[in-house]
Each structure stands twice: as C-alpha cells, then as structure tokens.
Design a protein around this ligand. Structure first.
Ligand SMILES: *Cc1c(COP(=O)(O)O)cnc(C)c1O
Length: 419
C-alpha cells in the first residue's frame, strides 16, 4: 500500500481505489522535479481509464465492500476515504501538487484564503498565547489579528514587518506565532524571510507566511525557514478569476497533529470542483506569474516618477528592492502607487478603458482598485493610516494582455487626471 507523501494516511490514501499513478512512480526522481514541472504533473493520479487530465470526483461520501472495511478505516487501521470533509481524490491531487511545488511535507486545501488563514492560526493558538503580526496586511487578515484572536483570549501585537528589530522587540515569553504576508497587501512591504524565520526558530515560535502575492512560482518561504505557508489560491493559483480556494502547507506532523483535529471538526474543506479548477490553473501558473511580473515591471517603469510614490518591489525605487530580488524569482503582478487624494484616485479608475475596476488580484486580466474605499474600508481610519493605506493609494494587478495596451490605458487615465 502506498500513500501520498506528506499527507496523513487517513487523509488521502488513494491506493484502495482503482487509481494508479502512471507518471512519476519513482519518488526519488519525482521529488526532485522543479516547481514548474510539479505544477503540471505533481500529484497526478489516474483511474483505470487512464484519463490525461485529472478526474473530478464530485462525491460527498464513499461506499465499502463490507462492514469490517469501513470499521478498519474509521479506526485508522486501513487506508481509504470515508467522507469528503476529510478526503476526496480530486482535492488530494491538488494538495499533493501544491506540497510538491512548495517543497513542504504536507498540504491541506481550504475553502478560501481566509479559511486557510483562520485555520492556520486557530489550530495552534490558545487563550494566553501571543501572536505577533505584520501591520500591513490584507484587510481580513488584520481583522483576524485585531478582532478574532483577542476575542478568544489570544494577545496580539502588530508591528512594522519591514523592520527586523520590531520583530525581535515584540517577542514575549508566551509568543507562539509570527503571522505576515510578503509582499504585503496593498503596500508591498517585504519581510526579510531569512531573518524573521530564523529569529522565530531560535525562540520556538511558528512562522505563518501568507504567500498569496507571490505564489510558489515566484517565492518559496520554506527555503528561508518558514514553518507554515498559507495561500489564497483564489489569486495567482487559479489565476483566471473563477473560484475561491485556499491551502495550508507545513510538516506532516503539523498537518496531522495540529491542523487536522481543527480541520476535520470545523470543516473549512475545499469543494472538489474548485480543487479541479485550481489544478487546471496550476498548470499555467509558472508562465502566468512570470509574464505578469514582466508586464508589471514594464508598466511600473512607465509610471515611476510620474505619480507621487511607487510601491513596486521590482523597481530600484522600492526601499526593499534588494531584499525582494533576493527572495523572489520575479516581482509579481501587483503593485501600488500614491496619487493626491481619493478624488484623483477615483478619477483615474473612472478613466480606464481596458483595465477593470476590481478588487481581485492574481487574475489574467488587469484589475485596479482603491483599497481605502474597498478592501480596507472595514478598518478604522487610524489603522489605515498606520498601514499606509492612504486616500490616494491605488493598487493594480497587471494581467496577461499585451503590456503596451495596459501602458496606453494607464497613460491615458493618468493624463486625464492631470498626471
Ligand atoms: C485575497 C487574500 C486573502 C484572502 O483570500 P480569499 O481567497 O479571498 O479568502 C488573504 N491574504 C491575502 C494576501 C490576499 O490577497
């Protein structure tokens, strides 16, 4: 009996089914495949039909040949699936693929990015523990830190994640988790992964890295010592604006012993259909992430010096350009910039012809939004100020269109707003 590597036996043992792995039987070879290869082939299991593309198993439950079989599975004595809140073949393929791309022992797919962040924190934090988090973060991630964790007696401290000394100064005897994004949404702050993850290790603190802005195609935080990497797979992994999805990567021990008791009983499970869509998205992730990064760089160069301030990790004008270049294979599709005020920001949005006004990111379409009145509207004025989400901040996701058309559109929109 073989089980998928890095997954608890009860989670995703496919061997009890008439499915076989027709590519990559030799683990010592397949584990060495590079992320772009894993993105196309990692985790592929085929039924007796030998289908080329991954099969979509739309089933909530499973049947058993006899009572002893199901009893053994429930007892954990036999491999095999029991219920799709716990295991599903399509979801298991996605989990193995993401784990192989990330270089992690295990992965569990989640219903959305926020399901992933919530589970990654709540599965390991208890009343009396302390969590240090980056102040620049996706609005809902900040809400978890500012509102949800304290509600359960978990102390939190938010810091300027770009300043290494602030991480060190925030550590208390009860600090259990460091939680941050890099690059961060929407100010593109970069965290020094090697320093912060190393500091955490030295103090027995678990790092939870939200890697949504980079994806494993551009940045693999575990190479720098991260313990847990969590994703909104809605973003670059799907990459075509279709489904919500999330994922948590970690050691097999973390997944089995810490995450699974929480996950199996609370149920933030990814639907098989959404898992299948993300599997298809991953096949082109490397191409998209690199091309979109190139396009974002071309647009950034046109705008640098023309707007009040650029927040673009791919441009030397970014204060952490060297660090971003060291940690990331490319700068990613997203950057932000400051204009004068909300009126000018809204005027630019309203003048766009090609780029859509949308708060999504990672999509193949170029999308732009005004965080202060959308993604970060739920935060207090004070928090927005502290995070650098000013009234004049705009964020853009650069898509796969011909970059000359996107540049022309921004050129026109900026001119019409007097820039
Ligand atoms: C979008 C996003 C999330 C939330 O993901 P959903 O899939 O929308 O739930 C979390 N973190 C970051 C950095 C994001 O961009």
């Amino acid at each position: 009996m073989r089980t998928l590597p890095g997954c608890a036996r009860e989670l995703c043992a496919l061997t009890a089914y008439p499915m076989k792995k027709t590519t990559g039987m030799n683990r010592s070879v397949t584990q060495g495949w590079r992320p772009a290869t894993q993105a196309v082939r990692g985790g592929t299991w085929r039924s007796e039909h030998g289908e080329t593309s991954e099969a979509l198993f739309l089933t909530s439950g499973y049947t058993y040949d006899d009572a002893a079989t199901v009893a053994a599975r429930f007892a954990g004595d036999a491999d095999g699936m029991t219920y799709s809140r716990l295991q599903n073949p399509t979801v298991a393929m996605l989990e193995e693929r993401i784990a192989l791309m990330e270089g992690s022992e295990g992965c569990r797919a989640q219903a959305s990015g926020m399901a992933a962040m919530t589970a990654a924190l709540l599965c390991q934090l208890s009343a009396g523990d302390h969590c240090v988090a980056a102040r620049a973060a996706f609005g809902s991630c900040r809400w978890l830190v500012d509102n949800l964790l304290p509600k359960f007696g978990i102390e939190t401290t938010v810091i300027d994640s770009a300043v290494n000394a602030e991480w060190e100064a925030a550590i208390r005897p009860n600090t259990k988790v460091f939680f941050f994004e890099s690059p961060a949404n929407p100010t593109l702050d970069i965290v020094d992964l090697e320093f912060v993850c190393g500091l955490a290790r030295a103090h027995g603190i678990v790092t939870v890295v939200d890697n949504a802005f980079a994806s494993p195609a551009l940045q693999r935080p575990m190479e720098f010592g991260a313990d847990v990497v969590a994703y909104s797979a809605t973003k670059l992994m799907d990459g075509q604006g279709r489904v919500l999805a999330g994922a948590i990567c970690g050691t097999e021990e973390f997944i089995e012993e810490t995450l699974m008791p929480f996950q199996r009983n609370t149920g933030p499970t990814l639907a098989p259909f959404n898992a299948w869509v993300v599997l298809k998205g991953l096949e082109t992730l490397d191409l998209r992430a690199r091309r979109q990064s190139e396009n974002a760089l071309a647009l950034g160069k046109m705008m640098d010096g023309r707007v009040a301030r650029m927040l673009h990790p791919g441009l030397p004008s970014h204060p952490q350009y060297d660090l971003a270049t060291k940690q990331m294979d490319a700068c990613g599709p997203i950057f932000s910039f400051h204009v004068e005020d909300r009126a000018q920001a809204h005027a630019i949005l309203d003048a766009l012809e090609l780029v859509d006004i949308s708060n999504n990111i990672g999509d193949a379409r170029s999308l732009m939004c005004h965080p202060a009145s959308t993604t970060h509207a739920g935060l207090s004025d004070e928090d927005r100020q502290e995070m650098g989400v000013t009234e004049g901040l705009l964020r853009i996701n650069v898509g796969l269109e011909d970059p000359r058309d996107v540049i022309d559109d921004l050129d026109r929109a900026l001119s019409s707003a007097g820039l």
